[in-house]
Design a protein around this ligand. Structure first.
Ligand code: UDP
Length: 239
């Protein structure tokens, strides 16, 4: 393994559920702190880090729609949940002296700065971690799609999709003892086989922009750094 990181700039996507830890709802601060220390390790290696956090630990738009409510309002609530999570992660980063800024797709000047591609790139160039809040800013989208979009906008070398398992398997490893983890797989294969890594729009956007997706487990502390050093357990989705 070399000390030179495999990627110079990455976009990390963590679901809201990852922040929930063992709780049924909300934010487990110890989990946010651990994710922050993984990000700090990447920064110490000189890697520029952008982060998109989901909101599923707090709210999902479909929850409103499924009970007869207005989907758009539900999605607005979901996007607000991602702002809460981003502020939590910023707090964890600041606690360990990692410079981080939240840029929201929905203007909320009292809480954080608004997103612009130019600002995001300037902050990353200056060595700050950029937390992209508010998803894409539009209803009917997901934070997976927001992650692929931001990855393309900041010129990320890879999109790290943090999940509960350490890669993409041929079958559900919890149900099938013969399931094998793929080392590499293409975007097209993911789409054709309907592998539920990220939603279709996110995979297609990554494919069009030739951004590899690294699927890895957020459960293991230090996992991000290991992969950046060229090791670790993961599946690489690329051409
Ligand atoms: N959301 C949205 N537009 C976006 C991103 C997110 O409307 O661009 C809303 C949507 O309601 C979604 C919620 O925010 O259910 C939380 O995001 P997501 O479900 O992607 O979070 P995760 O599953 O990653 O925790």
């Amino acid at each position: 393994m070399s000390e030179k990181p495999v990627y110079r700039r990455v976009l990390l996507k963590a679901s809201g559920e990852a922040l929930m830890g063992g709780q049924g709802f909300g934010i487990d601060v110890s989990v946010a702190d651990r994710i922050a220390s993984d990000i700090a390790e990447a920064r110490a290696m000189g890697v520029d880090v952008g982060v998109v956090v989901g909101g599923g630990n707090i709210f999902r738009g479909v929850a409103v729609a499924s009970k007869g409510g207005d989907r758009v309002t539900g999605d607005h609530m979901g996007m607000l949940a991602t702002v809460i999570n981003s502020l939590a992660l910023r707090t964890s980063l600041h606690k360990i002296d990692v410079d981080a800024v939240v840029l929201s797709a929905i203007a909320m000047p009292a809480l954080c700065e608004s997103f612009s591609q130019r600002k995001a790139t300037a902050y990353l160039d200056a060595g700050r971690v950029v937390l992209f809040a508010g998803g894409t800013g539009n209803p009917f989208f997901t934070t997976d799609t927001a992650a692929a979009l931001r990855a393309a906008e900041i010129g990320a070398g890879a999109l790290f999709k943090a999940t509960q398992v350490d890669g993409v398997y041929s079958a559900d490893p919890k149900k099938d003892a013969n399931a094998v983890r793929y080392d590499r797989i293409t975007h097209d294969e993911v789409l054709a086989q309907g592998l539920a890594i990220m939603d279709t729009a996110a995979i297609a956007l990554a494919r069009e922009n030739r951004i590899p997706i690294i699927v890895y487990s957020i459960q293991e502390a230090g996992g991000l750094g290991e992969i950046l050093r060229g090791g670790g357990k993961r599946t690489v989705v690329s051409d």
